[in-house]
Design a protein around this ligand. Sequence first.
Ligand code: SAH
Length: 226
Amino acid sequence: MLLQLCLCVCGAQPEADFFADRKKMVGEQLAAPGRDIRNQRVLDAMGTVPRHEFVPKTLSRYAYSDEPLPIGYGQTISQPFIVAFMTEQLDPRPTDRVLEIGTGSGYQAAVLSRLVAEVYTIEIIEPLARRAEADLKRLGYNNVKVRAGDGYKGWPDYAPFDAIIVTCAPDHIPQPLIEQLRDGGRMIIPVGALEDQQLYLLQKHGAKLEQKAVLPVRFVPMKRGS
Ligand code: SAH
Protein backbone atom coordinates (compact mmCIF):
# COMPACT_ATOMS: atom_id res chain seq x y z
CA MET A 1 0.00 0.00 0.00
CA LEU A 2 2.74 2.38 1.06
CA LEU A 3 4.86 1.23 -1.86
CA GLN A 4 2.00 1.79 -4.27
CA LEU A 5 1.46 5.26 -2.88
CA CYS A 6 5.13 6.04 -3.33
CA LEU A 7 5.06 4.77 -6.91
CA CYS A 8 2.12 7.03 -7.65
CA VAL A 9 3.61 10.08 -5.99
CA CYS A 10 7.02 9.65 -7.56
CA GLY A 11 5.53 8.72 -10.92
CA ALA A 12 7.98 5.82 -11.09
CA GLN A 13 7.15 2.96 -13.41
CA PRO A 14 7.74 -0.71 -12.62
CA GLU A 15 10.43 -2.53 -14.65
CA ALA A 16 7.75 -4.73 -16.27
CA ASP A 17 6.20 -1.66 -17.89
CA PHE A 18 9.56 -0.57 -19.26
CA PHE A 19 10.04 -4.07 -20.67
CA ALA A 20 6.68 -3.85 -22.43
CA ASP A 21 7.42 -0.32 -23.68
CA ARG A 22 10.75 -1.50 -25.05
CA LYS A 23 9.19 -4.42 -26.93
CA LYS A 24 6.63 -2.04 -28.40
CA MET A 25 9.40 0.38 -29.42
CA VAL A 26 11.19 -2.41 -31.32
CA GLY A 27 8.04 -3.55 -33.07
CA GLU A 28 6.51 -0.19 -33.94
CA GLN A 29 9.47 2.16 -34.38
CA LEU A 30 12.27 -0.11 -35.63
CA ALA A 31 11.08 -3.31 -37.31
CA ALA A 32 7.84 -1.84 -38.71
CA PRO A 33 7.39 -1.30 -42.47
CA GLY A 34 8.81 2.09 -43.43
CA ARG A 35 11.44 1.88 -40.66
CA ASP A 36 12.81 -1.46 -41.83
CA ILE A 37 15.54 -2.27 -39.32
CA ARG A 38 16.26 -5.88 -40.25
CA ASN A 39 19.44 -6.91 -38.42
CA GLN A 40 18.19 -9.27 -35.70
CA ARG A 41 21.22 -8.72 -33.45
CA VAL A 42 20.57 -4.97 -33.57
CA LEU A 43 16.85 -5.46 -32.81
CA ASP A 44 17.76 -7.77 -29.89
CA ALA A 45 20.20 -5.23 -28.45
CA MET A 46 17.62 -2.43 -28.76
CA GLY A 47 15.11 -4.75 -27.06
CA THR A 48 17.49 -5.40 -24.16
CA VAL A 49 19.31 -2.18 -23.27
CA PRO A 50 17.33 -0.22 -20.61
CA ARG A 51 17.02 3.15 -22.34
CA HIS A 52 15.13 4.52 -19.30
CA GLU A 53 18.38 4.24 -17.30
CA PHE A 54 20.06 6.72 -19.67
CA VAL A 55 17.50 9.55 -19.54
CA PRO A 56 16.78 11.92 -16.63
CA LYS A 57 14.47 10.31 -14.02
CA THR A 58 11.81 12.95 -14.70
CA LEU A 59 11.62 11.83 -18.35
CA SER A 60 11.84 8.07 -17.87
CA ARG A 61 8.20 7.57 -18.83
CA TYR A 62 9.09 8.94 -22.30
CA ALA A 63 12.25 6.83 -22.60
CA TYR A 64 10.77 4.54 -25.27
CA SER A 65 8.92 7.18 -27.28
CA ASP A 66 9.75 7.93 -30.90
CA GLU A 67 11.82 11.09 -30.26
CA PRO A 68 15.12 12.46 -28.98
CA LEU A 69 15.12 13.62 -25.32
CA PRO A 70 17.16 16.24 -23.44
CA ILE A 71 19.93 14.84 -21.19
CA GLY A 72 21.22 18.12 -19.72
CA TYR A 73 24.03 20.48 -20.78
CA GLY A 74 22.02 21.38 -23.88
CA GLN A 75 22.52 17.88 -25.36
CA THR A 76 20.13 15.10 -26.37
CA ILE A 77 19.90 11.32 -26.53
CA SER A 78 19.04 10.42 -30.14
CA GLN A 79 15.68 9.02 -31.24
CA PRO A 80 15.70 5.18 -30.89
CA PHE A 81 15.27 4.74 -34.66
CA ILE A 82 18.39 6.81 -35.36
CA VAL A 83 20.41 4.74 -32.86
CA ALA A 84 19.19 1.50 -34.46
CA PHE A 85 19.69 2.79 -38.03
CA MET A 86 23.27 3.94 -37.42
CA THR A 87 24.10 0.73 -35.59
CA GLU A 88 22.71 -1.41 -38.41
CA GLN A 89 24.55 0.61 -41.08
CA LEU A 90 27.81 0.05 -39.18
CA ASP A 91 27.32 -3.73 -39.60
CA PRO A 92 28.76 -4.52 -36.14
CA ARG A 93 30.57 -7.84 -35.75
CA PRO A 94 31.32 -9.68 -32.48
CA THR A 95 35.10 -9.24 -32.82
CA ASP A 96 35.00 -5.50 -33.69
CA ARG A 97 36.66 -2.69 -31.73
CA VAL A 98 34.53 0.41 -32.23
CA LEU A 99 35.15 4.11 -31.57
CA GLU A 100 32.23 6.42 -30.80
CA ILE A 101 32.49 10.23 -30.84
CA GLY A 102 29.82 11.94 -28.70
CA THR A 103 29.09 9.68 -25.69
CA GLY A 104 26.19 11.86 -24.45
CA SER A 105 24.10 9.64 -22.18
CA GLY A 106 26.11 6.48 -22.98
CA TYR A 107 23.06 4.77 -24.52
CA GLN A 108 24.48 4.27 -28.03
CA ALA A 109 27.68 2.91 -26.46
CA ALA A 110 25.62 0.45 -24.38
CA VAL A 111 23.77 -0.78 -27.49
CA LEU A 112 27.06 -1.25 -29.36
CA SER A 113 28.67 -2.97 -26.40
CA ARG A 114 26.18 -5.84 -26.75
CA LEU A 115 27.19 -6.34 -30.39
CA VAL A 116 30.97 -5.94 -30.54
CA ALA A 117 34.07 -6.83 -28.49
CA GLU A 118 35.14 -3.38 -27.29
CA VAL A 119 33.73 0.15 -27.41
CA TYR A 120 35.80 3.32 -26.95
CA THR A 121 33.78 6.50 -26.56
CA ILE A 122 34.76 10.17 -26.25
CA GLU A 123 32.63 13.05 -24.89
CA ILE A 124 33.73 16.68 -24.89
CA ILE A 125 31.51 17.78 -21.94
CA GLU A 126 33.35 16.41 -18.94
CA PRO A 127 30.37 15.98 -16.53
CA LEU A 128 28.45 14.08 -19.25
CA ALA A 129 31.45 11.81 -19.80
CA ARG A 130 31.72 11.10 -16.07
CA ARG A 131 28.00 10.46 -15.71
CA ALA A 132 27.87 8.11 -18.71
CA GLU A 133 30.94 6.29 -17.42
CA ALA A 134 29.27 5.77 -14.02
CA ASP A 135 25.95 4.65 -15.58
CA LEU A 136 27.66 2.18 -17.94
CA LYS A 137 29.64 0.74 -15.04
CA ARG A 138 26.59 0.53 -12.76
CA LEU A 139 24.65 -1.34 -15.46
CA GLY A 140 27.50 -3.78 -16.12
CA TYR A 141 28.66 -2.64 -19.58
CA ASN A 142 32.25 -3.55 -18.83
CA ASN A 143 33.60 -3.52 -22.39
CA VAL A 144 33.15 0.26 -22.79
CA LYS A 145 35.93 2.75 -22.11
CA VAL A 146 34.89 6.41 -21.74
CA ARG A 147 37.15 9.44 -22.13
CA ALA A 148 36.49 13.16 -21.71
CA GLY A 149 38.04 15.12 -24.59
CA ASP A 150 37.77 16.35 -28.16
CA GLY A 151 36.71 13.45 -30.35
CA TYR A 152 37.81 15.24 -33.54
CA LYS A 153 41.27 13.87 -32.79
CA GLY A 154 40.03 10.31 -32.18
CA TRP A 155 41.77 8.02 -29.70
CA PRO A 156 45.16 7.15 -31.26
CA ASP A 157 46.24 4.93 -28.34
CA TYR A 158 43.64 2.32 -29.30
CA ALA A 159 43.63 2.75 -33.11
CA PRO A 160 43.06 1.30 -35.62
CA PHE A 161 39.33 0.70 -35.16
CA ASP A 162 37.14 -1.68 -37.17
CA ALA A 163 34.32 0.84 -37.11
CA ILE A 164 33.74 4.47 -36.06
CA ILE A 165 30.39 6.04 -35.22
CA VAL A 166 30.09 9.80 -34.85
CA THR A 167 26.97 11.17 -33.12
CA CYS A 168 27.66 14.91 -33.42
CA ALA A 169 28.02 16.70 -36.75
CA PRO A 170 31.30 18.22 -38.01
CA ASP A 171 31.33 20.29 -41.21
CA HIS A 172 33.86 17.92 -42.76
CA ILE A 173 35.09 14.39 -42.08
CA PRO A 174 37.89 14.66 -39.50
CA GLN A 175 41.19 13.45 -41.02
CA PRO A 176 42.36 11.85 -37.71
CA LEU A 177 39.27 9.61 -37.75
CA ILE A 178 40.00 8.47 -41.33
CA GLU A 179 43.56 7.68 -40.26
CA GLN A 180 42.38 5.71 -37.23
CA LEU A 181 40.02 3.51 -39.25
CA ARG A 182 41.54 0.17 -40.29
CA ASP A 183 41.72 -0.71 -43.97
CA GLY A 184 38.27 -2.06 -44.90
CA GLY A 185 36.77 -0.40 -41.80
CA ARG A 186 33.39 1.41 -41.75
CA MET A 187 32.42 4.84 -40.47
CA ILE A 188 28.96 6.36 -40.01
CA ILE A 189 28.98 10.13 -39.57
CA PRO A 190 26.58 13.08 -39.94
CA VAL A 191 28.15 15.96 -41.87
CA GLY A 192 26.94 19.51 -42.44
CA ALA A 193 25.10 22.44 -40.84
CA LEU A 194 22.05 21.88 -38.61
CA GLU A 195 19.49 22.53 -41.36
CA ASP A 196 21.34 20.60 -44.04
CA GLN A 197 22.93 17.46 -42.64
CA GLN A 198 23.42 14.09 -44.24
CA LEU A 199 24.43 10.85 -42.62
CA TYR A 200 27.29 9.30 -44.57
CA LEU A 201 28.42 5.70 -44.58
CA LEU A 202 32.12 5.46 -45.44
CA GLN A 203 34.35 2.53 -46.12
CA LYS A 204 38.12 2.82 -46.25
CA HIS A 205 39.95 1.06 -49.09
CA GLY A 206 43.65 1.90 -48.76
CA ALA A 207 44.00 5.59 -49.58
CA LYS A 208 40.47 5.71 -51.00
CA LEU A 209 37.30 6.46 -49.06
CA GLU A 210 34.08 5.13 -50.54
CA GLN A 211 31.18 7.31 -49.39
CA LYS A 212 27.43 7.14 -49.62
CA ALA A 213 24.78 9.51 -48.20
CA VAL A 214 22.22 7.33 -46.42
CA LEU A 215 19.80 9.63 -44.55
CA PRO A 216 19.09 13.33 -43.91
CA VAL A 217 19.50 13.93 -40.14
CA ARG A 218 19.77 16.62 -37.45
CA PHE A 219 22.57 16.16 -34.92
CA VAL A 220 24.14 18.73 -32.58
CA PRO A 221 27.27 20.28 -34.10
CA MET A 222 30.67 18.81 -33.26
CA LYS A 223 32.44 21.23 -30.91
CA ARG A 224 36.15 21.80 -31.14
CA GLY A 225 38.31 21.70 -28.01
CA SER A 226 41.44 23.75 -27.53
N1 SAH B 1 25.39 9.13 -28.59
C1 SAH B 1 24.70 9.90 -27.56
C2 SAH B 1 24.00 11.14 -28.08
C3 SAH B 1 24.93 12.10 -28.66
S1 SAH B 1 24.52 13.78 -28.52
C4 SAH B 1 23.76 9.06 -26.76
O1 SAH B 1 23.61 7.86 -27.05
O2 SAH B 1 23.17 9.59 -25.80
C5 SAH B 1 26.04 14.41 -29.15
C6 SAH B 1 27.12 14.48 -28.11
O3 SAH B 1 28.33 14.85 -28.79
C7 SAH B 1 26.90 15.55 -27.05
O4 SAH B 1 26.92 14.99 -25.77
C8 SAH B 1 28.07 16.53 -27.27
O5 SAH B 1 28.54 17.11 -26.08
C9 SAH B 1 29.10 15.63 -27.90
N2 SAH B 1 30.17 16.31 -28.65
C10 SAH B 1 30.10 17.46 -29.39
N3 SAH B 1 31.29 17.74 -29.92
C11 SAH B 1 32.16 16.76 -29.51
C12 SAH B 1 33.55 16.50 -29.73
N4 SAH B 1 34.32 17.32 -30.46
N5 SAH B 1 34.09 15.41 -29.16
C13 SAH B 1 33.34 14.57 -28.38
N6 SAH B 1 32.02 14.76 -28.14
C14 SAH B 1 31.44 15.84 -28.70
